[in-house]
Write a protein that binds this ligand. Structure first.
Ligand code: KG4
Ligand code: ZN
Length: 320
């Protein structure tokens, strides 16, 4: 069955057609990110106004790219939470009107769970997981709004087993980037700056949150702030700060994700969300999971960000 997936939870407007929860036939993503960068974060009003303008052409393009018309679509899927309320309203109103007009089911999907489902998709160019990940799996969500660990025995009931008690990992990246005047979003710039040097003596630490699978990232952001207030933020100092920050964040994410696999006897580790595109995080999870006998999967970078394909994919799994 071919499902049309619609995603409008944050600043993106996305639509995709996915066959049988696996093969992505099209995935169109339009972002209003540039319009938000001068404000240092997403402005909900700007996001939803752009989504209102874009939603219809984006859906039409997704159908055309897949070589389909609405007649070929078996169901309409939409991300209905969590997200910005105005943005969610645009997607859910459009999707429910569309499903009613073509008399096909409407399937509502949790956007965070869908980020983990991105590991099951195969892109038209062959990118993506060649094998279907085995369950039970631990899923690490790292985005601008969430940092959570889930135990997934089946996608109908993912169990939350850990989460941040304050900032999300992506939020910490964005705040440190702001401290360093690197613009928004901060993750990709810090990722690139950190990789410019092999190592640094500078150390920032994340609160360990001992004996729990929870995270805390607000302290490390404050440590970076105090450091720059004391030592300045000249261009030559930025790679050191980025490197020290990224090393500590990645270490805690990797340690907790693998601890979760051990505690819950899961042989598979999945990641998702914008920070899952981070080069060091991907490399370290792969390396550490291998040494611990855990099968690690990560979506192609394009499927780490918000997209309609993951919504259509998970919808297929939920309706089975
Ligand atoms: O999943 P996403 O598109 O939006 C939410 O649903 O929150 O994630 C956006 C977040 C931003 O905080 C951005 O800075 C971060 O993902 N990000 C990265 C990288 N690319 C995007 N963080 C670290 N390294 C990256 N390469
Ligand atoms: Zn997201």
């Amino acid at each position: 069955m071919k499902i049309l997936g619609i995603e409008t939870t944050c600043d993106e407007t996305s639509a995709a057609v996915v066959e049988n929860g696996r093969r992505v036939l099209s995935n169109v993503v339009v972002s209003s990110l540039k319009e938000h960068s001068k404000y240092g974060g997403v402005i909900p009003e700007i996001a939803s106004r752009r989504q209102l303008e874009c939603i219809q052409p984006v859906v039409e393009e997704a159908l055309a790219d897949a070589g389909m018309t609405l007649k070929n679509i078996g169901a309409v899927a939409v991300a209905n939470h969590p997200g910005l309320i105005g943005s969610l309203l645009v997607g859910t109103s459009f999707a429910s009107a569309l499903s009613a007009s073509i008399r096909k089911p409407l399937i509502e999907v949790n956007h965070v769970h869908a980020h983990l489902y991105a590991n099951f998709l195969l892109m038209p160019d062959g990118d993506g997981s060649k094998e279907i990940p085995a369950l039970p799996a631990v899923g690490l969500i790292v985005s601008g709004g969430h940092t959570s660990l889930y135990l997934i025995k089946d996608f109908k009931n993912p169990r939350l087993i850990g989460q941040t008690v304050d900032d999300a990992a992506g939020e910490a990246y964005d705040k440190v980037a702001r401290i360093l005047d690197l613009g928004y979003p901060g993750g990709p710039v810090i990722d690139e700056l950190a990789s410019q040097i092999p190592d640094t003596d500078l150390v920032f630490s994340c609160a360990p949150m001992k004996d729990s699978l929870n995270f805390s990232f607000s302290g490390i952001k404050t440590a970076a702030l105090y450091h720059t207030q004391k030592h300045g933020k000249a261009d030559r100092q930025k790679p050191q700060i980025a490197h020290a920050f990224q090393k500590s964040v990645v270490t805690v994410l990797v340690d907790k994700a693998l601890e979760a696999c051990r505690r819950h006897k899961a042989g598979t580790l999945l990641i998702g969300g914008g920070v899952a595109a981070n080069s060091l995080l991907r490399a370290k999870l792969k390396e550490t999971a291998e040494t611990q006998g855990v099968r690690f999967h990560c979506p192609p970078p394009v499927l780490c960000l918000d997209n309609g394909a993951m919504i259509a994919g998970l919808a297929y799994r939920l309706k089975q």
